[in-house]
Write a protein that binds this ligand. Structure first.
Ligand code: SF4
Length: 884
């Protein structure tokens, strides 16, 4: 009997509802989309669909460790509390810090903030959500007086025009993209505009793609504002009744901005800019969805406000089918905002800038020592650790040694830090390696609590399994340390529902719901019973006396949370990125996510099918730049910035603008020797939101010439610490290693046997060596089953991997297979499938190409009928369309 438990996907801010089928033995059997969940109505993307493959014990941190030794919970907790207490006593509260994560549940987040801000008395708690959406938070607060997301996902189906700005939703918010695609199919009149320097998968359904110059978004939207004013397309009544500052914003926007000038500043064809402006003016129901391309900028807050300005000027906000909408990156970035997860926030959307808020939170918590000022934001926090000002840090559920800008400096900061605690569910990450104390946290399938998605919808994450090893909930771990620090009275929690009740009660504390002093108010849930909490249905806040069942849209009553109750236009003078390309670093590096990976691959990297699409870190480069810098397709390139360097596989593509490079953000030292793009990223931050500029780093690129290139497929996991370049990915029954080295070994035979294992029995080895051409191939076969295969060449062009990988599925090799292992060519009649495009059905690029050519397939549906590709989660449809 399989019991289905309703829970929520832990990967992105879409917040899809999941039904997880758990059998009596307690193993997940099946993951399916929850058809009743309003975020996804049963849809899932490739990552969500593969969640069942991530819940095993492999890679889990199972027991507390203190200085590398397994310990008991009491010992580890005593050590954490003792070190924090001593550090505070010697150097003050600001010498300790917490760096948290949008992966935490709201209850975990609430307790962490309460401990740090309310009782330790420092606001040095920031979160990796700083890297993701703090510019949106700041933009909302400047315009609306509160961090309010006005709209909801239902607006996607009601809109007449959807503008995607700095958002490759097709890969980063795939279910949102599926909803937009479905809306477009149902209503072909729906206009889709994509504003992105790159041609991405999201352009697949676009009526217009504006490949804007990186960093120039505010110029485009200032130009739009002026166009709307000139064409009489503004809503003067709305502006007069509900806003302030329109004159000043218009003056700033109008400073020399004709359409031609805006187009030139954004390096766009004037005709395309005119079309965008005209469409925006002509369509009443316009949604502007924006994400990291807007937020991750040294002027991210200004960009957000330049978008909001256009919606305020047209009165298109808070009503069905329209409004600015920030797509959050992480599953609980929004929940973190609710509890004050950022160092400049207080709990329940209160703020350090208001002394009454500080006093209110202090009284509610009974806090004797509440922090009185904002703490250090992420980049500043790790700088302070590096400088020795912060001497003890607790990192929760995140991997800053990979994900923060200037990541080599972050790594060095942690090496120098006297006391580093990491609580995580994964044992080996680049950050856990630097910890003095490791605390095993529960993983997604074990946790119990709530998360909030991009549309303010609170959903339950429910326990599927008993915890692995000694793993504990984050809220429990924090509570135990709080008690040891002497704050037991304020941390009496025995279960997450108790924390949720307190969080809900604080949101309503001295918050008159009829007059809406604060936007975040879930006070109607303050007395929720444990049973009601267990059964809590997905609900959009506010949930209070006025909105007992939640509220789909906010700001629809034109009440804003500013002193005057009116929305604020923010005058924007566009600024260039802080670090511009120069003669040493002439190119701009842009970073982002891939379709099938999540963050630093700690979970998605475990899933074979999610590693097939892009098995190695790569750099997208325009073909003319590739020619200019001598970069051959599929060769290795060295990328360097003023902050660090990395190696990546070259992908020449005209989807990339000349002068600009794109590298995915996911690779860590667990998966590649030199694949961390964070090492290069510049640490410039937005002066308002303190969000780093991850999309704009000056870099240079050159061909990386190694003495030899190769790859290994092996059933056994291997290590290559002494080779200049290696990159690991997981297949179904093997590991794949891409390799390049600068030193030729004296004997490839000895090298191969040392690497692949000889076990003294001399298993069945096959070898081919052509020293003249620099070719070496070897296969290790045990009982006629392929154990490992190694291919070495003096050139980076190596045999295809996928047909070789298919030999690992065979229980017994054919003579033709054995021959092919040595020739490096598939046996006659066997085709290589190429890189996997559809991970749900394991369909490769070459298979799709030949089906198109040989069978005359013309549509995505034809390909689905013929190969099944694209017929499940739909995440690969843009790529299939591109192949067509
Ligand atoms: Fe999870 Fe994909 Fe839904 Fe995001 S879009 S919540 S990753 S299933």
């Amino acid at each position: 009997m399989t019991e289905y438990v309703k829970t929520t996907c832990p990967y992105c801010g879409v917040g899809c509802g999941i039904e997880a089928g758990v059998d009596e033995a307690g193993h997940v059997l099946n993951i399916r989309g929850d058809k009743t969940h309003p975020a996804n109505f049963g849809r899932l993307c490739s990552k969500g669909s593969a969640l069942g493959d991530t819940v095993g014990l492999k890679g889990r941190l199972l027991h507390p460790q203190v200085y590398g030794q397994r310990s008991s919970w009491p010992e580890a907790l005593d050590r954490v509390a003792g070190s924090f207490r001593d550090t505070i006593a010697r150097y003050g509260a600001d010498a300790v810090a917490i760096y948290a994560s949008g992966q935490l549940l709201t209850e975990d987040y609430y307790v962490a903030n309460k401990l740090m801000k309310g009782f330790i008395g420092s606001a040095n708690i920031d979160t990796n959500s700083r890297l993701c959406m703090s510019s949106s938070v700041s933009g909302h607060k400047r315009a609306f007086g509160a961090d309010t997301v006005p709209g909801c996902y239902e607006d996607l189906e009601l809109a007449e025009m959807i503008v995607l700005i700095g958002s490759n939703a097709a890969w980063c918010h795939p279910v949102i993209f599926q909803r937009i695609r479905a809306a477009k199919t149902a209503n072909p009149q729906l206009k889709i505009v994509v504003i992105d320097p790159r041609r991405t998968g999201s352009c697949d359904i676009a009526d217009l793609h504006l490949p804007i110059a990186g960093g120039s978004d505010a110029m485009l939207f200032n130009g739009l504002l002026q166009y709307l004013q000139q064409r009489d397309a503004i809503d003067q009544c709305y502006i007069e009744a509900h806003t302030e500052g329109f004159g000043a914003v218009l003056d700033a926007a109008a400073s020399g901005q004709s359409i031609e000038q805006a187009a030139e500043a954004c390096r766009l064809p004037a005709a395309d800019v005119r079309t965008f402006y005209r469409w925006f003016a002509e369509h009443h129901k316009v949604m502007s969805l924006y994400s990291q391309g807007v937020n991750q900028s040294s002027s991210g807050t200004d960009k957000v406000n330049s978008i909001i300005n256009c919606h305020l000027a047209t009165g298109r906000i808070g009503r069905p089918g329209m409004g600015p909408f920030s797509l959050t990156g992480q599953p609980n970035a929004m929940g973190g905002r609710e509890v004050g997860g950022l160092a400049n926030q207080l709990a329940a959307h209160m703020d350090f800038s208001n002394p009454a808020d500080i006093d209110r939170v202090a009284r509610f918590w009974g806090s004797p020592t509440i922090a009185g000022k904002p703490g250090l934001s992420a980049v500043e926090l790790f700088d302070a650790i590096y400088d020795g000002k912060v001497k003890a840090v607790w990192i929760m559920g995140t991997n800053p040694a990979v994900s923060l800008p200037n990541a080599d400096k972050v790594r060095q900061a942690l090496r120098q830090c006297p006391f580093v605690v990491v609580s995580d569910c994964i044992a080996d990450t680049d950050t856990t390696k630097l910890a003095h104390v490791l605390l095993p946290a529960q993983g997604w399938s074990e946790k119990d609590g709530t998360v909030t998605n991009s549309e303010r919808r609170i959903s339950r994450q429910r326990t599927l399994f008993a915890p692995a090893g000694d793993a504990k909930p984050d809220w429990w771990i924090i509570t135990q340390v709080a008690r040891r620090l002497g704050f037991g009275q304020a941390f009496p929690y025995q279960s997450p529902v108790e924390i949720f009740r307190e969080h809900a009660a604080l949101s309503g504390f001295e918050n008159d719901s009829r007059h809406g002093l604060r936007d975040f108010d879930i006070s109607a849930l303050a007395n929720i019973s444990a049973r009601e909490y267990d059964n809590l249905q997905p609900t959009q806040w506010p949930v209070n006396q006025a909105n007992p069942y939640g509220r789909a849209r906010m700001l629809d009553d034109s009440h804003f949370f500013t002193a005057s109750g009116k929305a604020q236009f923010i005058a924007i003078t566009p600024r260039q990125p802080i670090n511009s390309p120069n003669k040493d670093y002439p190119l701009v590096l842009n970073t982002g996510r891939l379709r099938d990976q999540w963050h630093t691959m700690t979970r998605t990297g475990l899933v074979a099918r999610l590693n097939q699409h892009k098995p190695e870190a790569f750099v997208d480069v325009h073909p003319l730049d590739a020619a200019r810098y001598g970069l051959l397709p599929d060769s290795l390139a060295l990328l360097e910035s003023a902050w660090g360097s990395m190696l990546a596989r070259v992908q020449a593509t005209s989807d990339q603008q000349q002068g600009s490079l794109f590298v995915p953000m996911h690779w860590s030292e667990q998966f590649a020797s030199r694949g961390r793009v964070g090492a290069l990223v510049n640490p410039a931050i937005d002066p308002v939101s303190r969000q780093p500029e991850s999309k704009h780093t000056p870099v240079r690129i050159s061909s990386y010439r190694a003495a030899w290139y190769g790859f290994i497929l092996s059933r056994r996991e291997l290590t290559f610490n002494d080779i200049e370049y290696w990159a690991k990915s997981k297949g179904e029954s093997f590991y794949r290693y891409e390799l390049a080295g600068n030193t030729l070994p004296p004997s490839w035979t000895d090298w191969a046997r040392a690497r692949l294992g000889d076990s003294g029995q001399m298993p069945d080895w096959q070898e081919y060596h052509d020293s003249g051409l620099g070719h070496y191939r070897a296969a290790r076969i045990i009982e006629n089953r392929l154990e490992s295969v190694l291919v070495i060449s003096s050139h980076h062009n190596l045999p295809e991997r996928n047909w070789l990988a298919s030999l690992f599925d065979k229980n017994s090799l054919e003579p033709s297979d054995r021959k092919a292992l040595l020739t490096g060519m598939p046996p006659q009649g066997v085709a290589d499938s190429g890189n996997i495009v559809c991970v749900c059905f394991n369909v490769g690029e070459k298979t799709i190409r030949s089906a198109i050519q040989e069978q005359g397939l013309k549509t995505v549906r034809d390909i689905g009928n013929c190969l099944k590709a694209g017929t499940n989660c739909g995440s690969c449809l843009p790529e299939i369309k591109a192949l067509l």
